[in-house]
Ligand binder design. Structure first.
Ligand code: ATP
Length: 235
């Protein structure tokens, strides 16, 4: 497995946000984590990224125990998080935002990778020297994903990337997720857009009140009546 998580616990004082979660992601796999607001999905991703210290549990990346590693060291090992709400720096230029994604790298190929991003996203190329505040919501999400790509990750974690995007941009975003995956990137996708997420993923986990209550192949989850009633109804 590329990522292995065992019995992870996250607490904020008396709030027990993640309760004994175990999950895995194989190399090159797309896995989704579903669940209602407050189920603990963001806390799980933050703990995996090293932004929140787990109260218990173990995390392995490519067989190496990274539980005690600081966040930048996890990025160096190939684990990146695109946080909820993009978190790009709107007063910095597009190019400066991209460079931030490469802060852990020492190699000479950063410029080449940025050019590849510009080739992929002409809208970012055209605005490379403008403040990121001029970008639309969809372009800001592309910038956030591009910034994460500049770390040359093995596994990208995306926290509700479709939030606030129009249906057209949501389908473009999922197109990009599929494209990156075909290029070999493994993806751990937290989504409220259950239908799209289950279409993109090969497996999924459903969280409720901090626990995994259901997991399995995406196709099976998509046909699960209880899940359909809770998350798929009416959409
Ligand atoms: P959302 O979709 O709303 O982000 P989520 O499934 O990602 O929901 P979390 O954001 O991980 O869930 O929240 C899980 C629980 O932990 C909630 O009860 C939330 O109020 C609480 N929580 C999250 N962050 C903190 C924090 N920094 N301090 C205290 N409690 C927190």
């Amino acid at each position: 497995m590329l990522l292995d998580v065992a019995d992870l616990e996250v607490r904020y004082g008396r709030t027990h946000a993640v309760r004994g979660v175990s999950l895995s992601v194989a190399p090159g796999e797309v896995v989704t984590v579903l669940g209602a607001n407050g189920a603990g999905k963001s806390s799980l991703l933050k703990a995996l990224a090293g932004a929140v210290r787990p109260a218990a549990g173990r995390i392995w990346l490519a067989g190496q125990d990274i539980t005690a590693l600081a966040a930048p060291d996890r990025v160096r090992q190939g684990l990146v998080l695109v946080p909820e709400g993009r978190q790009i720096l709107v007063s910095l230029s597009v190019r400066e935002n991209l460079l931030m994604g490469a802060y852990c790298r020492r190699d000479a190929e950063v410029g080449r990778d940025i050019d590849a991003i510009y080739d992929r996203f002409p809208n970012l190329a055209a605005r490379r020297d403008m403040p990121a505040s001029v970008l639309s919501g969809g372009e800001q999400q592309m910038l956030a994903i591009s910034r994460a790509l500049l770390a040359r990750p093995k596994l990208m974690m995306l926290d509700e990337p479709s939030l606030g995007l129009s249906p057209l941009l949501v389908s473009r975003l999922f197109g990009l997720i599929g494209e990156l995956n075909r290029e070999g990137l493994a993806i751990l996708l937290v989504e409220q857009n259950t239908r799209m997420a289950l279409r993109a993923a090969s497996r999924g986990y459903v969280m409720e009140l901090g626990r995994v209550v259901l997991d399995g192949p995406a196709e099976k989850l998509a046909n699960n009546d209880a899940l359909a009633a809770a998350y798929l109804g009416g959409h």
